[in-house]
Design a protein around this ligand. Sequence first.
Ligand code: 4NP
Length: 163
Amino acid sequence: MPSEPTRVLFVCLGNICRSPTAHGVFETLVKSRGLEQRITVDSCGTGGWHVGQPPDKRAASAAAQRGYALEHLRARRFAAEDFDSFDYILAMDWQNLSDLQNMCPKDFPGHLGLFLQFAPELKRDEVPDPFYGGEDGFTAVLDLVEAASEGLLREIAGADTTR
Ligand code: 4NP
């Protein structure tokens, strides 16, 4: 791994359901492996409706049932400067990715892509938006996010994750 921290940004639409879940799950995984000095984590949304708000109560409750705390997070909107500040910018669905690609500088040196590409075994591209659905949608988000977080950590930290 490089000596500088690797900076990871998760992006969804509202930054109150999927990307804060990814933020909390991946950050917890990073800390559990003692890698918090070497990997930093953030999240945001392409839309601005929920800026300043904590995660959706359903997302926080589903996450808490698996031991992840999300309550300290606050929604913010993606900004063009984020391309200067992150090495991995990971979208939850194709629409999020398309919105980011439209803003992405040609010379962006980092990785812009779909989060679930780090869990190819799932054979899915998208973390479905749970906002208008029931509680099971939030549990499904957690299943997908946990799998992709493991894959992302293997990609970034490689052998460091096995110690
Ligand atoms: P998220 O879910 O993108 O996973 O945070 C949504 C939250 C809010 C809205 C849509 C999706 N909304 O339309 O307000």
